[in-house]
Design a protein around this ligand. Structure first.
Ligand code: HEM
Length: 494
């Protein structure tokens, strides 16, 4: 039907699997230089293409999103989640309803109703950082988990070791783990799905956990139902799902899984980006200094920043864009590639139905033809013009200046919330602290690595474990944080 894109030669049966183990996004950048911005991989007999330029990614995933927005069919995940995690599902009627409900609950206008929750959480974060600075990573974790829990279920979390959080985290690890390439051999040898149940340990595992997780998630959702019935009017996604009753309403089970999907997609991603923010600040004191100057000029030292300051703080917004560009926590869209749902032709190439389509988000974000020869450098100024206002974003980056929120019909539904969360966390930490490298016993500074960690099972790309010193920028910082907390608490009880 036409020629296929070129790609690296592979081995019989397994294709290219053995060549793409460690940091595949870097290998893919190299292969893009050899084979062009669209190249072919053989994943154990399954066709895949990798997209290595903004234009190709936008041409296919955004401009032809009608046929490039399915997900690969994953046998184990489907059973494990009852096909109710819409981030993993095909474009089905249930995906459409869940996606619409999420957009209605997290879109640009509605997400303003969560500002009060975001502001409360970050002041709490600053307070924890003042009181126990060495535990900053666990404070960042708690804040992300708590914020997403507040937005979704209306229930903040005081401790990152909270039993509910641990239980949900196990659910998230199971779901993401099952979707990870190579997790279950049946995904490659699909005839195994027809083996009897007693020969299929993976099936018994998936069915068992689907029942258990459905009970856990329905319990969480029903807790919100009980509060709404008792007259609680607090803003939350779950409360919105309960209150909106129309022909598109989701069942309790669907709503329970939808809420949990949003938690799974939102908590670790935001926390991972915040860890990269901390690393970028330690490595770039000049950037910190410029941010502190913006803070002093616009906010001053008498109050903490709020989300109302968003438009007045272009340098902070440029830092957020640069963190997302420089170290995207989902460098390949992680376990969420797209799938082509019908035969297609592009630039003289034939692309068969069912091809897995992998955008190299990391590669696009580091493309020197778009970001210049210093694309690997953390430099927020690249997003600003001479008047220190934000520049228009490069073409095909959907006003974000990076591709870290994905593409087309699958573009991250939580991006408005995520952008504001990162903004207020970054602004609050920079208003409060000088962030410095930690010192070892001999007083030498220990710089964090800008290389991503590879250890651990998380699919989120995080920095290696690192320390830092958080020094309040001026003596009134602790008092102003405490005072802001008091005001927020009294507003909440009014
Ligand atoms: C900095 C934080 C975040 C990053 C970097 C991020 C990134 C992404 C990426 C790359 C995708 C895949 C897009 C694609 O397939 O093309 C995605 C999907 C998704 N994100 Fe986010 N995300 C973040 C935060 C959030 C938050 C806070 C939520 C919700 C509260 C959320 C909910 C989702 C959902 C539900 C999907 C699946 C959409 C679908 O398949 O239709 N994300 N995100």
């Amino acid at each position: 039907k036409g020629i296929r894109p070129r790609g690296p030669p592979g081995l019989p049966f397994i294709g290219n699997i053995h060549q793409i183990r460690k940091h595949p996004w870097i290998t893919f950048m190299e292969w893009s230089k050899i084979y062009g911005p669209i190249f072919h991989l053989n994943i154990a007999g399954q066709d895949a293409i990798v997209l290595g330029s903004h234009k190709v990614a936008a041409d296919l995933l955004d401009r032809r999103s009608a046929i490039y927005s399915d997900r690969p069919r994953n046998i184990v995940t489907r059973i494990l989640t009852g096909d109710l995690v819409f981030a993993f599902t095909q474009i089905t009627p249930i995906w459409r309803r869940m996606r619409r409900a999420s957009h209605d609950a997290l879109g640009p206008k509605v997400s303003k109703t969560y500002h009060v929750l975001q502001e409360r959480e970050v002041v709490w974060l600053a307070d924890q950082m003042i009181k126990a600075p060495t535990l900053f990573r666990s404070h960042i974790q708690r804040t992300s988990a708590s914020l997403v829990m507040s937005i979704i279920y209306g229930t903040p979390i005081a401790d990152s070791e909270d039993p509910i959080i641990l239980e949900i985290q196990h659910f998230v690890d199971r779901a993401l783990g099952a979707a990870a390439p190579g997790a279950f051999i049946v995904e490659y040898f699909t005839w195994m799905q027809y083996l009897p149940r007693w020969m299929s340990g993976w099936r018994r595992y998936a069915e068992y956990w689907y029942e258990k997780d459905s009970a856990l998630l329905t319990g969480l959702f029903s807790g919100v139902q009980a509060r709404v019935d008792a007259g609680d009017n607090g803003p939350s996604v779950a409360a919105k799902l309960i209150k909106v009753q129309d022909q598109d309403s989701l069942s309790v089970l669907d709503s329970a899984w939808l809420s949990a999907t949003l938690y799974a997609a939102g908590a670790e991603t935001s926390a991972g980006q915040m860890e990269w923010f901390m690393v970028s600040m330690i490595l770039n004191p000049g950037v910190q200094k410029a941010a502190h100057t913006e803070m002093d000029n616009i906010i001053g030292r008498g109050r903490m920043p709020t989300l109302n300051d968003y438009d007045q703080l272009p340098y902070i917004r440029a830092i957020v864009k640069e963190v997302l560009r420089w170290r995207p926590v989902l460098p390949l869209g992680a376990c969420l590639p797209h799938r082509l749902s019908q035969d297609d032709w592009y630039d003289g190439y034939f692309l068969p139905k069912d091809t897995t389509v992998i955008p190299n988000i990391w590669g696009l974000n580091h493309d020197t033809t778009v970001y210049g020869s210093d694309a690997d450098t953390f430099r927020p100024e690249r997003h600003l013009d001479e008047a220190q206002k934000l520049k228009p974003a490069p073409k095909d980056t959907k006003e974000e200046s990076h591709c870290s929120f994905g593409f087309g019909k699958r573009v991250c539904v939580g991006r408005h919330v995520a952008n504001r969360t990162l903004f207020i966390e970054v602004a609050t930490i920079l208003w409060s602290f000088n962030i410095c490298a930690a010192q070892d016993e001999s007083g030498n500074f220990v710089m964090p690595s800008s290389e991503p960690a590879t250890e651990g099972t998380s699919l989120i790309l995080r920095p290696r474990v690192f320390g830092c010193e958080l020094i309040p920028r001026f003596s009134e910082v602790p008092t102003i944080i405490a005072h802001t907390m008091d005001v927020q608490n009294s507003d909440a009880t009014m």
